[in-house]
Design a protein around this ligand. Sequence first.
Ligand SMILES: [Zn+2]
Length: 155
Amino acid sequence: MDYTVEEKEAFMREALREAEIALKHDEIPIGCVIVKDGEIIGRGHNAREELQRAVMHAEIMAIENANVSEESWRLLDCTLFVTIEPCVMCSGAIGLARIPNVVYGAKNQKFGAAGSLYDILTDERLNHRVEVETGILEDDCAAIMQDFFRNRRKK
Ligand SMILES: [Zn+2]
């Protein structure tokens, strides 16, 4: 992955835009973009409430979107940017799509499977290993989640 810090922040800002779409639907604000050769080829946001689909996490929507635009299930040479650490399901899907690079903003201590609870993306027993980078716009990615849960508790 040879993007500069500025480029990574710009892509993460696009993922944050997706998170804001989720927020508009009053759902957990997580957003994702998939980038190939400096271009966004897939976008997604958590849409569990919007679509009433249990598995429609931001990463899944972005992978589906990128599969369609690439006309391929393999997303080689791609980097997935997501605002929050991927869960078990999404980490599995990242491997299945053969995505080699993942950049996420903030950790998810309760559900994270890319370093927190599990480390599926770099587990040596699996045949697909992913380069993982964390902490890009971490404060912004965490803040939108904290605001959401704080507001929800008030309701
Ligand atoms: Zn997930």
